[in-house]
Design a protein around this ligand. Structure first.
Ligand SMILES: NC(=O)c1ccc[n+]([C@@H]2O[C@H](COP(=O)([O-])OP(=O)(O)OC[C@H]3O[C@@H](n4cnc5c(N)ncnc54)[C@H](O)[C@@H]3O)[C@@H](O)[C@H]2O)c1
Length: 291
């Protein structure tokens, strides 16, 4: 955790659009602790109530954007097209418009301007192998509260000053942050959704379904099934991702059976551009992705 943002850039004017949503509240909680001048915009009544209950004033998006150096779009991915169509024309020249997920940017749904810089920054969430030092760090599985995490980001500008501003802001939004990894928008879209949603999150839910089967189909007492699954999930990930221990010979045979029974031979097609487009089209409720 290096480079305190305020020391790097000085106070900035930052607009948070969608400040009452899940990410909007998270990033606003962290921005509110800094010297940055933060403007909070939110349209839904429930969202506005959340912002004001946190002691933050709500203003209209059209007022929040002019004069802002960084505009954080914490609105749903499906709203990013209309929201950028409305707000990007209001941004100052040189402003940075930041989205929190790459899908809409990669799908070409955003309104852009030559003199406005587009960026994307997605939190990695605290690592499974993070050495946590406190109960607060253990409780913070999402990140952005107590447990340090990395961030993967993309910026569509070669200007190092803009990259530095964006990194400083991203380090606040998702604080505490260890490293910010810079990739292209396309690479970010390959990581999220393909690597993490399509594979990792799917496997997480599959584990829960397997637990359910052990309890309800096979009739194993739930505490026994849960205990053995949670411990073995840790060792499976430590061995599988980090090589901590070799899997036993018998386990390797059972793993082969699982792979043959569960995984399709052509599963790695999910890493092709065509499948990425289909995946994103489904996520964004589009017939096709056209860039
Ligand atoms: N939720 C997560 O775990 C998570 C994690 C990483 C990134 N993201 C990304 O963050 C972004 C926001 O997702 P979320 O889950 O916080 O959504 P959300 O639905 O919880 O919140 C979105 C908020 O935006 C508000 N809003 C919609 N249109 C608006 C407008 N025109 N002006 C002002 N406010 C408007 C909504 O009222 C709502 O309060 C998405 O791009 C998402 O992909 C979400």
């Amino acid at each position: 955790m290096t480079n305190a943002p305020d020391q790097q850039t000085g106070p900035l004017t930052i607009a948070v659009i969608g400040a009452g949503g899940k990410m909007g509240m998270r990033v606003s909680n962290n921005l509110a602790k800094t010297d940055h001048v933060v403007r909070y915009a939110e349209t839904s009544p429930a969202g506005r109530d959340r912002v004001t209950a946190a002691g933050r004033p709500v203003i209209d998006s059209a007022e929040a954007v002019p004069g802002a150096e960084v505009i954080v779009l914490a609105v749903p991915d499906l709203a990013l097209g209309p929201v950028t169509e409305q707000l990007v024309p209001l941004a100052d020249p040189g402003a940075i418009v930041l989205t929190l997920d790459p899908a809409a940017a990669y799908a070409g749904l955003l309104t852009t301007r030559d003199d406005v810089i587009m960026g994307v920054a997605h939190p990695c969430h605290p690592s499974l192998f993070l050495q946590r030092a406190s109960a607060a760090e253990w409780a913070d599985t999402f990140g952005g509260i107590a447990a340090p995490q990395d961030v993967v980001a993309a910026i569509e500008s070669d200007d190092p000053a803009k990259k530095s501003i964006l990194e400083a802001v991203v380090r606040v939004l998702y604080a505490p942050v260890i490293d910010v990894h810079w990739v292209t928008v396309k690479q970010l879209a390959q990581l999220e959704p393909t690597l993490v949603d399509t594979v990792a999150c799917m496997v997480g839910r599959l584990l829960n379904e397997a637990l359910d089967e052990a309890v309800h189909t096979m009739g194993v007492p739930e505490p026994a099934a849960r205990a053995i699954l949670l411990g073995h999930t840790q060792i499976a990930l430590a061995n599988g991702l980090r090589g901590d221990n070799p899997f036993s010979d018998a386990c390797l045979i059972a793993m082969d059976y699982g792979r043959e029974a569960i995984i399709k031979d052509d599963w790695k097609k999910i890493f092709t551009d065509e499948e990425l487009d289909q995946n994103l089209a489904r996520m964004l409720h589009l017939d096709t992705i056209s860039r």
